[in-house]
Write a protein that binds this ligand. Structure first.
Ligand code: NAD
Length: 258
């Protein structure tokens, strides 16, 4: 129970990587709930959010679902306030909510799509960090993990707004890590490669490739389960990672090693 008595927040927790990270126990993998944390998670989708809450409670862990949009400053401020009002503090935050949109070369990308993706993946993550850090400063401690992507380290063709937004996550992570390094707040990023989630399936369809095509590009020869990201997030939030800040963690089967 390496996060015993900690309070952990996950954005975009209604499905995929966020749900796996919030869940107490899934396939015996350690996630926030299983690590002993009280879990608050947000999403824009209420039905799937309540489903995730039921799954977490079935395991005996405590949780709170808050319908909240990371691109709304008022929502994000209220999310952090509700977390503290309910559980008294905020120890760990996983800023995970994110979207991808159309696949086409940059000159055909719509300005509206660029603005939307940046408003959620980059500006939304900035808003989350801003209000999480304000709370963590009052406590003198806290840990943040931001969900970037291998596309925050290297690029793929056809998805320039997504790649830009995930590189922005890395810039925010590194800058903020330096801002608060002496104030007890550690900030890192995870950089998942292909992870089996609903949005991953949709992204493959948009890119016109199959899971087998992608697998062929991965040195380990497989895509990953969301729980394999969750475990790294829990590690980074724990005291086992006490000297780690400002770093990317590629969870990509070796994809960015070459
Ligand atoms: P997912 O679609 O299953 O989960 C994303 C969740 O975020 C959804 O539940 C969605 O409703 C929620 N969300 C969307 N917009 C939101 C908003 N404005 N406010 C709050 N919640 C919002 O997808 P996933 O694959 O689990 O992706 C999670 C994160 O991981 C994303 O940031 C994604 O870019 C990143 N990522 C995923 C992969 C992958 O292969 N699946 C790879 C690299 C990075």
């Amino acid at each position: 129970m390496i996060l015993q008595d900690k309070v952990a927040l996950v954005t975009g927790g209604a499905s995929g990587i966020g749900r796996a990270t919030a869940l107490a126990k899934l396939n015996e993998v350690i996630a926030f709930g299983a690590a002993g944390a009280k879990v608050v998670f947000s999403d824009i989708r209420s039905v799937e959010g309540e489903e995730t809450a039921d799954l977490i409670r079935e395991t005996g862990a405590e949780c709170l679902f808050v319908k909240s949009d990371v691109s709304s400053e008022a929502d994000v401020q209220a999310l952090v306030q509700k977390t503290v009002a309910t559980y008294g503090k905020l120890d760990c935050a996983f800023n995970n909510a994110g979207i991808d949109l159309a696949v086409k070369p940059l000159h055909e990308q719509l300005i509206e799509d660029f603005d939307k993706i940046m408003s959620i993946n980059a500006r939304g993550l900035f808003l989350c960090m801003k209000y999480e850090i304000q709370q963590m400063l009052t406590q003198g401690a806290g840990v943040i993990v931001n969900n970037s992507s291998t596309n925050g380290l290297v690029a793929l063709p056809g998805i320039s707004p997504y790649v830009a937004s995930k590189h922005a996550v890395m810039g925010l992570t590194r800058s903020a890590a330096l801002d608060y390094a002496k104030q007890g707040i550690r900030i890192n990023a995870v950089n998942p490669g292909g992870i089996a989630t609903e949005s991953f399936d949709r992204a493959l369809m948009k890119m016109g490739i199959t899971a087998d095509d992608l697998t062929a590009m991965v040195p380990m020869g497989r895509i990953a389960q969301a729980e394999e990201v969750a475990q790294v997030v829990v590690f980074l939030c724990s005291d086992a990672a006490s000297y780690i800040t400002g770093q990317p963690f590629a969870i990509d089967g070796g994809y960015t090693a070459s």
